[in-house]
Design a protein around this ligand. Sequence first.
Ligand SMILES: O=C(O)CC1=CCC(=O)O1
Length: 250
Amino acid sequence: MTLHHELSGPADAPVLVLGNSLGTTTALWEPQLPELAERFRVLRYDHRGHGGSPASRGPRRIDDLAEDVLELLDALGVRRVSYCGVSMGAMVGMWLAGHAPERIDRLVLCCTTATYDTARPWEERAAAVRANGTGSIAPAVVSRWFTPALRERSPQTVARFEHMLSTVDDESYAGCCEALGELDLRAVLSKIVAPTAVIAGARDEATPPESLRAIADAIPGASLSVVDAAHLANVEAPDAVAEILREHLK
Ligand SMILES: O=C(O)CC1=CCC(=O)O1
């Protein structure tokens, strides 16, 4: 699986990988890209079936998405990177830092969880998408990505992300839902040795701050910051997230 990817920034700078949430593409990171690309060789990629990456019948597990990233790094000849992910992108980051610690320098985990209480909502979402496509769930799902204040202030942002989600391949999206339903990364957290910054959205209902607190408590030495945002905190609170990245990745 060769993932669609985009490289920005100086060719000889340290590599920073940016991982996206379920249903988003490399465009997720546009608020932070210009600053990050001044100091890093930034590698953005699309999960399978998202954006420009080929569709697949899986993934079945988060391991599949993480192994796609290792394959991409190997293809690019990149050995060690810092990794920064939002939600499902951060789940991939936890997996990589726990299973391939020699590949990960610094880690940022934003608006994510190591496990879900129940697989049922993910099974239902997978079934809905297989029946009616990603467009059918986009308005309800995207409404949870932003606070009411952001939705009121910037309906064009909501429309842009609804469109982005609607373009994701149905079967690939359903496979991601199933991978999330069986997600359990709790055992790898204590193995993470990369310095880790954890970021929670104070108003995130998809992955509430308690989930991020549990992750920060389980990763040795990890810090926790809470920003005023819902699930896509790097979009809703771009400056606060940029400041945390600036401090943690310096
Ligand atoms: O799409 C959602 O409901 C929220 C979410 C869970 C994992 C992810 O990446 O986004």
